[in-house]
Design a protein around this ligand. Structure first.
Ligand code: PEP
Ligand code: MG
Length: 319
């Protein structure tokens, strides 16, 4: 079986009905970019930048960040690299201690944390922009819930570009800006976000947590953490459909994308870009090459419209 998978590395990721599916990797450390290449990734769909910050006594400066980001960009040799700005707070804290706020998962996390610390955010944006001089970089903003957070991010990005202009540092002025869709409100009222942004990436880990009111890290309620809940699937479908209408690419970068048992379901929801741990890429590609995307879409739409739960095994038996 391992040998069969290895053969898949250099074949196209395409469904039986000829739909090309993007295969992207999630990484947490710059070194993992090698693993992405080894597993035939089309690019990096999610580079979690937290590793630079978590467990550090001093914040990484612009040059340290630039080194880390540009290392990945160079390794990927022209393939797109989606760098997510700092997603700290809740279960991801700098010092390992949970924040002593009322409810960290609903508190100052991710983009909220960064917009409240303009210098920290500006430093990271300058470092990412400088890395964009070495290849195709896309900037991904976590935990977006409000349109004004996009506006503020765009202002911060423009200001970071001006800083680099003054210094004469190079960057890609056309760098794309996208957001994680992981707050239910964003997935429900997605249209203006799809208009304003260049791409969307669905973070199912948090989307499930916030939709079902289940702490993703609490083992006592882990049995209720259900990726197949019809409400979750409707939010995913709504986001993919809005992206399609707006002509903006939509990927899924949560754990669901890397589970080969859910590949047919996601294809049925219309997904054309999957981002996952590099070691899952070939298993998922194998499922993609055996699936008929349009037949799955019809089947999944019918079940979703009825609000019925979906049994992914049944999808597997049919198309
Ligand atoms: C997600 O929420 O699905 C996601 C990909 O981001 P993280 O797991 O880092 O919160
Ligand atoms: Mg998340």
């Amino acid at each position: 079986y391992r040998e069969e998978l290895a053969l898949l590395k250099n074949v196209e990721s395409v469904t039986l009905d000829g739909i090309r599916i993007g295969m992207l990797a999630n990484i947490e450390l710059p070194e993992e970019a090698e693993l992405a290449i080894e597993n035939g990734a089309d690019g990096i769909g999610l580079f979690r930048s937290e590793f630079l910050f978590i467990g550090q006594t001093d914040l990484p400066d612009e040059d340290q960040q630039y080194q880390a980001y540009s290392k990945v960009v160079k390794t990927m040799a022209g393939r797109p690299v989606t760098i997510r700005t700092l997603d700290i707070g809740a279960d991801k804290t700098m010092d390992g201690e949970l924040a002593v706020t009322m409810n960290p998962a609903l508190g100052q996390r991710a983009i909220r944390y960064c917009l409240a610390r303009p210098e920290l955010f500006a430093t990271q944006l300058r470092a990412i922009l400088r890395a964009s001089a070495h290849g195709k970089v896309k900037i991904l903003i976590p935990m977006i819930a409000h349109m004004h957070e996009i506006q503020s991010t765009k202002l911060a990005l423009a200001s970071a570009m001006r800083d680099l202009d003054e210094r004469g540092d190079e960057y890609d002025a056309a760098v794309e800006l996208g957001a994680m869709v992981e707050v239910p409100a964003t997935a429900i009222a997605i249209e203006p976000f799809a208009q304003l942004l260049d791409f969307l990436s669905i973070g199912t880990n948090d989307l499930i947590q916030y939709t079902l009111a289940i702490d993703r890290a609490d083992s006592e309620v882990a049995n209720l953490y259900d990726p197949l809940h019809p409400a979750v699937l409707r939010l995913i479908a709504n986001t993919i459909n809005a992206g399609e209408r707006a002509g903006k690419p939509v990927s899924v970068c949560g754990e669901m994308a890397g589970d080969p048992k859910l590949t047919r379901l996601l294809l049925g929801l219309g997904l054309t870009e999957f981002s996952m741990h590099p070691q899952q890429l070939l298993d998922v590609k194998r499922e993609i090459r055996r699936a008929h995307s349009n037949a799955l879409r019809t089947q999944v739409a019918t079940i979703l419209n009825r609000g019925q739960p979906i049994d992914p095994d049944l999808l597997n038996a049919q198309n």
